[in-house]
Write a protein that binds this ligand. Structure first.
Ligand SMILES: [Zn+2]
Length: 99
């Protein structure tokens, strides 16, 4: 059976050893049977997988940004609470603090 997939993996003879054969990029089906159909991923399939991986990593990055942002705002709320508590304590002791 001839398909465009068969073009993906090819036996080549390296110039330094013309009697040897290398299967590039190589799939197990063709290693076991030279005449078998290639099952290597096509460039389009590899591209689809890589684009899906990039999208997945971008989602993880967004989630980390959201997490950092919420942690940061929680820290800011805590800092304001502490500042208000210090201000209140100083007011009770009649101490002015600069704003
Ligand atoms: Zn192959």
């Amino acid at each position: 059976m001839t398909t465009s997939r068969e073009l993906r993996c090819t036996w080549i003879a390296p110039s330094e050893d013309p009697d040897a054969r290398l299967l590039v990029p190589g799939c197990m089906e063709r290693v076991q049977d030279w005449d078998a159909d290639c099952t290597c991923k096509s460039s389009a399939e590899e591209l689809d997988e890589l684009e899906a991986r990039v999208a997945e990593l971008e989602q993880q990055l967004d989630a980390q940004r959201d997490r950092y942002s919420s942690l940061h705002s929680a820290d800011f709320r805590e800092w304001r609470k502490q500042k208000a508590a210090v201000r209140k304590a100083n007011d009770m002791h009649g101490t002015e603090i600069p704003s």
